[in-house]
Design a protein around this ligand. Structure first.
Ligand code: T5A
Length: 208
């Protein structure tokens, strides 16, 4: 029996993480592997309350620093209440976004200093990181058009295109710097082809 893995899904808005999550779940289920699905920001009762604060349109939006601290406050609770107990009980954890999103959005998009994020990461989860991160890489205009077709945008989704170009560039840099952890999928293909590429990559990585 493999040690339970912490698997994270990342990408710009509309990359197709939620659409493709079933591929990961079905693959694990077909191998009899127990798992839980969760997300960030959120994933525990307190963190879901912080999520509302973070994503709601507001007359008085949080400052960039406040946003960064709230992401890690939510994450601290999520790790303690949801992620660690699941892994300890032998379940894999499939998480829609994690700390790489903070490097991409608050570090890349908002241009906050990387050292601040490293400091908070060292405080909140010093010796804990995803085993596998799937990056759904898609051109920003394609992802934003998909997100817009889906419906109303939240506070962060309403940022301009340059913001998301910095987010994508940060994700690509992170993936290039940790090729053993990252599985990069070309998410600009149609959904069926993305599913097939993902299934092939994960089967090769985990089961062959
Ligand atoms: N955030 C999060 C930070 O700023 N810092 C952090 O540390 C963390 C953890 C979360 C927001 O918080 C930010 C990032 C986010 O802005 P969210 O509501 O959870 O917000 O939103 P996202 O995670 O961005 O989820 P999205 O739904 O926007 O993106 P997905 O999941 O990648 O996209 P998905 O699957 O919902 O697809 C979007 C639309 O495209 C279609 C789908 O049917 C859907 O309509 N689609 C395709 N169409 C054509 N071809 C394909 N291949 C398609 N794949 C999907």
């Amino acid at each position: 029996m493999q040690k339970p893995q912490f698997v994270t899904l990342e990408g710009v808005e509309g990359a197709g993480k939620s659409t493709q999550k079933h591929v990961v779940c079905e693959l694990l289920a077909s191998h009899g592997i127990p798992f839980v699905e969760t997300r960030e920001p959120g994933g525990s009762p307190n963190a879901e309350r912080i999520r509302e604060l973070l994503l709601a349109e507001s007359q008085t939006p949080p400052s960039d620093l406040c946003e960064l601290l709230l992401m890690f406050a939510a994450r601290a609770d999520h790790i303690e209440q949801t992620i660690q107990p699941a892994l300890a009980s032998g379940q894999w954890v499939i998480c829609d976004r994690f700390t790489d999103a903070t490097y991409a959005y608050q570090g890349g998009g908002r241009a906050l200093p990387k050292a601040w994020i490293e400091t908070l990461q060292a405080l909140v989860h010093p010796a804990f990181a995803p085993d596998t991160t799937i990056l759904f890489d898609v051109p920003v205009e394609v992802g934003l058009a998909r997100a817009a077709r889906r419906g109303a945008l939240d506070r962060i989704e309403s940022e301009d295109r340059a913001f998301f170009e910095r987010v994508r560039a940060s994700y690509q840099e992170q993936a290039a710097s940790e090729p053993m952890r990252y599985v990069v999928v070309d998410a600009s293909q149609d959904a069926g082809d993305v599913s097939q590429s993902l299934r092939d990559s994960l089967t090769h990585r985990w089961f062959l």
